[in-house]
Design a protein around this ligand. Structure first.
Ligand code: ATP
Ligand code: MG
Length: 561
């Protein structure tokens, strides 16, 4: 199992700095000599019952960067102690996603590989008089657990002898009982102020086939019992988990203390990531997939790592996001605009700009010679001059953006309208002379004239114009499909609590015209579409002949520091 990969990550190469309250706790433990001679050891422990999402990315980044910072280790461990929900499709996707985020685990492990050891530990608890077999049903256990204000009541089976408990637990394992007929419970304190400490269930019976252990077991350990053992067996020093486990920490510690574990791991909790306009619940996301509301776990609207990847997000942007949102001890929601800001910021200096026209309107330059074309020069990236320039053809017939023409201009509209002169980027000044419409009043084409004196780069100093618009030459334009995305979830106007519901307008597909260079776009290649935003050639739908682009993010940020 050991040594999956050398952990040759380092923080700087991942573009990260360090320092948070968890690291302060670790520094404290190191100063106290608590884990002397041991590497600082963390783990990412997903349950393989769905695809990972951006919330998991936060936990992944935290666990791996902590190990890197302390020159320690980090395991990827499948928390697969629940036989019925797990699937190998999910196992494979998790590995792919962690790798894609840029991290390398030290060991790839399955919690189910520890079932023997967990069983032996349970036997030791029984021998110590710290666990007993109970015949109460799940609902009886729930009913006798008490409330926040009232203590629970002890089970009539709590006083069973050690010998009887040993025998019954062996029989549970041997398959003598049906599901739910018996459980193993910790013997702690039915009056504990912490309900998790009121004789929690450690093992349950489930006659079901497990993806890793098959039919070898018909009893399965509960999460609160299994998790501390998984960590301890792997010599994890710091078990980082989300806030809802804070009340479970006494039980985590109880299990390891009763088993007299040396150098037991320390559980530290941090706040879960919540994002506005999206949802992190695996169950809800699975529903969207299963009922076909979205195209799959990797639908570009999904907050899954697979969805974000297909959408065009970069690992750099996600790591930066996870780092910059920081760690906190209280739950809150991060604005999705901040995630968008991170990817925009990352792509700004990385990708080339191309001209693409949306909602196209045809422009005919009536005084431009028929059959003539010339090259216009376009910069590849305005922010990075070293990325150079490229030529695009200019000719008599062009396409411009629907948004760049108004027959009756609004106030402060400086783009094209009848009688107005604007700069066609990289080319000439054009004036709109005439609007041609069909019988339904729909605009068919605009007749314009150009001024040959105004060629870009000619040093023309004559008139100034207020508007510059982009265009593509009609004969050479490449038709492409562009998928524009709205947020997955939007506020439900009818809900008094303002809860979010699935956004039925979250996908809008458009036919656009692109400059010729786009014909060479490869799947997963990213671009800035001038004046529109960042786009990626869809990994699944883009072919040699057909180009389908996903909108990654728009150009303008509505996010304020
Ligand atoms: P479920 O309980 O529905 O299976 P989960 O979110 O608990 O979902 P796990 O696979 O158990 O999923 O999570 C693996 C790790 O990721 C856990 O350590 C968990 O705390 C962490 N994690 C899950 N969701 C978030 C989130 N939104 N923010 C931060 N960490 C998270
Ligand atoms: Mg979980």
């Amino acid at each position: 199992m050991a040594g999956e990969k050398e952990n040759d990550n380092n923080l700087a190469s991942l573009g990260l700095t360090d320092g948070n309250f968890i690291h302060a706790f670790i520094d404290e433990d190191i100063a106290a000599g608590k884990y002397a001679g041991q590497p600082i050891f963390t783990r990412f422990p997903p349950e393989p019952n769905g695809y990972l999402h951006i919330g998991h990315a936060k936990a992944i980044c935290l666990n791996f960067t902590t190990a890197i910072k302390y020159h320690g280790k980090c395991n990827l461990r499948y928390d697969d102690t629940n036989p019925i929900k797990e699937d190998t499709e999910f196992v494979n996707s998790i590995e792919e996603d962690v790798k894609w985020l840029g991290f390398k685990w030290d060991n790839l492990l399955y919690a189910s590989d520890y079932f023997d050891e967990m069983f032996d530990c349970a036997m030791r608890l029984i021998q110590k008089g710290k666990a007993y077999v109970d015949d109460l049903s799940a609902s009886e256990i729930k009913a006798t657990r008490g409330t926040l204000t009232n203590p629970g009541t002890e089970s009539p089976h709590r006083g069973r002898s050690i010998e009887e408990n040993v025998r019954l637990f062996e029989e549970m394992r041997a398959g003598k009982y049906a599901d739910g007929e018996k459980v193993l419970r910790a013997k702690i304190d039915m009056a504990s102020p912490n309900i998790n400490m009121r004789d929690p269930v450690l093992y349950r019976i489930s006659h079901s086939t497990h993806h890793n252990t098959g039919d070898q077991w018909c009893i399965y350990p509960m999460y609160d019992y299994a998790h501390p053992l998984e960590d301890a067996i792997e010599q994890v020093t710091h078990s980082l988990c989300t806030l809802e486990f804070e009340d479970h920490r006494p039980l985590y510690n109880w299990v390891l203390e009763e088993l007299e574990w040396k150098n037991a791991p320390r559980q530290i909790e941090f706040a879960r990531l919540n994002l506005s306009n999206t949802i992190m619940s695996k169950r809800y996301l699975k529903e969207l997939v299963d009922d076909g509301t979205v195209e799959g776990w990797d639908d570009p609207r999904m907050p899954t790592i697979a969805g974000l990847r297909r959408r065009g997000y970069t690992p750099e942007a996600i790591r930066k996001f996870c780092e910059d949102i920081g760690l906190s001890k209280s739950n809150s929601a991060v604005e999705i605009e901040f995630l968008e800001h991170c990817v925009r910021d990352d792509l700004k200096t990385k990708v080339v700009t191309r001209n693409v026209v949306f909602d196209p309107i045809k422009v005919v330059i009536t005084n431009y010679p028929e059959g003539q074309t010339e090259d216009a020069v376009m910069e590849n990236n305005r922010e990075v001059p070293e990325m150079g320039e490229h030529n695009v053809p200019f000719g008599r017939e062009l396409w411009i953006d629907g948004e760049d023409f108004m027959e009756i201009p609004a106030k402060k509209y400086f783009r094209l309208f009848p009688g107005n002169e604007v700069r066609f980027k990289g080319a000439y000044f054009l004036t709109c002379q005439e609007v041609l419409k069909d019988n339904d009043g729909k605009i068919v084409e605009l007749h314009c004239t150009y001024d040959p004196e105004t060629r870009s780069g000619s040093g023309f100093e004559g008139r100034k114009v207020k508007g510059t618009i982009h265009w593509v030459e009609a004969q050479t334009a490449v038709p492409i499909t562009v998928r524009e995305y709205g947020y997955l979830m939007v506020k439900d106007e009818n809900d008094p609590d303002g809860r979010e519901i699935f956004n039925p307008d979250s996908l809008v597909t458009k036919l656009c015209y692109a400059e010729p260079a786009i014909a060479q776009a490869q799947a997963e290649e990213r671009f800035q579409f001038f004046r529109h935003g960042y786009y990626i050639a869809d990994a699944k739908l883009t072919t040699e002949d057909e180009k389908v682009f996903n909108q990654i993010v728009g150009l303008k940020s509505s996010w304020k520091k």
